[in-house]
Design a protein around this ligand. Structure first.
Ligand code: CO
Length: 208
């Protein structure tokens, strides 16, 4: 797409918003009070706001390659801290997607330079669930399952943070694992049993 087109699109968007509410941007500039923190993949096909049908101000968004939450990643940890302890979101979503090239790349025997340590986190997910994944003969199905298990493990990483543990005690914050199916456009709730995972991992990871 031509860059000029992007700026003319922006003008159209402003006009569209003002048509229904002349104070739209005036109100938007007052501040944000999102209910959700969304952690998803940077993949250009997985547009967080559009696929959820939400408006500016509704969702605090964090996207990186393969929707990861590594505990040494300053960006991920800062975003969780800010969203949970300052913006006081009540829901955290980790949203993966089928056909994730990040997950696929992680499983190839290739030296990808700076991407190696990032993608190694996905190999760790595979190792944790090797038994189940090795039992799936179909390669496509195996990738799909790895994508789901990666979402689950990143939810666990979210729960390991002190901010989330504190918020759970204070206001029952919820963590959700979702997958977006690029092939059908469907958003799927993996129905991760948050209370059970929390109970299990807290035996080891309790901070507060
Ligand atoms: Co992806």
């Amino acid at each position: 797409m031509n860059i000029k087109k992007i700026f003319s699109n922006n003008q159209d968007w402003i006009a569209e918003k003002l048509k229904t509410d002349k104070d739209y941007f005036k109100n938007l500039s007052k501040g944000q009070n999102p209910e959700y923190l969304y952690i998803g993949c940077s993949d250009s096909r997985v547009t967080a706001e559009e696929l959820m049908g939400v408006q500016p101000g509704d969702v605090f968004v964090f996207r990186n390659i393969a929707n990861m939450v590594p505990n040494t990643d300053l960006s991920a940890m800062s975003i969780i801290n800010y969203a949970v302890s300052h913006l006081k979101v009540n829901h955290i979503v980790v949203c993966g997607h089928y056909y994730c090239t990040g997950v696929k790349a992680a499983m190839q025997p290739a030296d990808l330079g700076i991407l190696n340590p990032w993608l190694r986190n996905i190999r760790d997910v595979y190792r944790l669930h090797k038994h189940e994944l090795d039992s799936i003969a179909d390669t496509e199905e195996k990738y799909k399952r790895l994508i789901e298990l990666n979402v689950q493990e990143q939810c666990v990483n979210v729960i390991k943070t002190s901010d989330v543990q504190k918020a759970y005690k204070e206001r029952q914050i919820a963590v959700h694992g979702w997958v977006f199916d690029v092939h059908s456009g469907k958003l799927i709730d993996l129905k991760i049993d948050f209370d059970k995972i929390l109970k299990d991992i807290m035996e080891i990871y309790r901070i507060i």
